[in-house]
Design a protein around this ligand. Structure first.
Ligand SMILES: *Cc1c(COP(=O)(O)O)cnc(C)c1O
Length: 345
């Protein structure tokens, strides 16, 4: 097992930080009269600050994912976790993060906001990790390395042995984004957390759970890493309504499974029909709820679809995605409308 000491890896100012102590930190438990947090006593539905530790919600999620609640950080979307990981471990103007491309754009944006350099390299032509290339990309100031599996916008899963190789070789934290994990048959890499102390996993309720609107993302990692994220997050980052809606939704796992099954069926239908179109050059294999499609003229097709009130994502400016559009799998009805529109172009 390789050694990785998260405390010495943490930025000096964060390690020394004395976190804010909220009213709900200083008193936990039940009381009949709360006069500690300057809340308004009258509007009784949402007048109280939310639980800063999201205990009830974390218990449900941890149970569902087969992890301990202490291995779980909840954020205002995964985007908050991405930002906090960069802020906790990268010194602005000095350290860098490694991002194999093409992938989710927020990693680089978050790094830019934090004045942290991004070092990019390419995935292979079939969007898998290239170990030689990636090793040449990092240097002694590389702190985080972002991998996304299944990857956005390509849709494929990265190969397991290459993820393992990166975890073994990289002298920093590997952040593995599993936003689309529920659409695959493979299981989460959270089972590797014991073996690899330098692994942090991102998941979200925005995709398979159909809850992009409530903004709930998570980081799953070893407890020492999670406690660092907890230390620097805004105290009440997950609002009461989000905690309630998520708690309720997570009671209905069978419903989520039905949606996922339907989406996968529809993905197969879409792939099949898209491959029959004259304008299609290639439909990439997908383990996610979208398809990356190479067409004969992405910009034109995108604009023609917009005119018909159908919005897809033009990815033709993205590296390795020349003339590609990304199509999210919709309902049976929506997918039919899309295919009929494309047939008429
Ligand atoms: C959609 C998506 C997310 C989700 O982000 P949230 O902030 O949780 O909504 C994260 N990572 C990737 C790669 C995504 O495509």
């Amino acid at each position: 097992m390789k050694t990785f000491d998260i405390n010495s890896f943490t930025r000096e100012n964060i390690r020394r930080l004395q976190p804010y102590s909220s009213a709900r930190d200083e008193f936990q438990g039940e009381a009949s009269v709360y006069l500690d947090a300057n809340e308004n006593p009258f509007n009784s539905a949402y007048n109280r600050y939310p639980d800063p530790h999201q205990k009830k919600l974390k218990d449900v999620i941890a149970n569902l994912k087969g992890i301990q609640p202490e291995q779980l950080f909840l954020g205002n979307g995964s985007d908050e976790a991405i930002d906090l990981l960069i802020r906790a471990f990268c010194n602005p103007g000095k350290d860098n993060i490694v991002i194999p491309q093409p992938t989710y754009g927020m990693y680089a944006v978050s790094a830019d906001i934090n004045d942290v350099e991004t070092r990019t390299c390419l995935l292979t032509k079939d969007f898998d990790i290239d170990i030689d290339v990636i090793q040449k990309t990092w240097n002694e100031n590389s702190r985080l390395l972002f991998l996304c599996s299944p990857n956005n916008p390509s849709g494929n899963s990265l190969s397991e042995n290459k993820i393992r190789a990166v975890l073994e070789k990289f002298n920093g934290l590997v952040v593995l984004d599993e936003a689309y994990i529920d659409f695959t048959s493979s299981k989460s890499y959270s089972s590797w957390l014991n073996e690899f102390k330098n692994l942090a996993i991102l998941q979200t309720l925005s995709k398979a759970w159909g809850l992009a609107g409530i903004r709930l993302g998570m980081c799953i990692a070893n407890r020492d890493l999670i406690s660092i994220l907890d230390k620097i997050k805004p105290p009440y980052n997950i609002n009461t309504m989000t905690q309630e809606v998520a708690f309720e939704a997570l009671q209905h796992v069978p419903q989520q499974k039905i949606w996922v099954k339907q989406i996968i069926e529809e993905r197969n239908f879409l792939k099949d029909r898209l491959e029959k179109l004259a304008l299609t050059k290639h439909v990439y294999p997908s383990d996610a709820n979208f398809l990356l499609v190479e067409v004969n003229d992405a910009k034109k097709i995108y604009n023609d679809l917009v005119k018909k009130g159908i919005i897809v994502r033009d990815r033709s400016n993205v590296i390795l995605c020349d003339d590609c559009i990304r199509i999210t799998v919709g309902t049976k009805e929506e997918n039919k409308i899309l295919i009929e529109a494309l047939e008429k172009l």
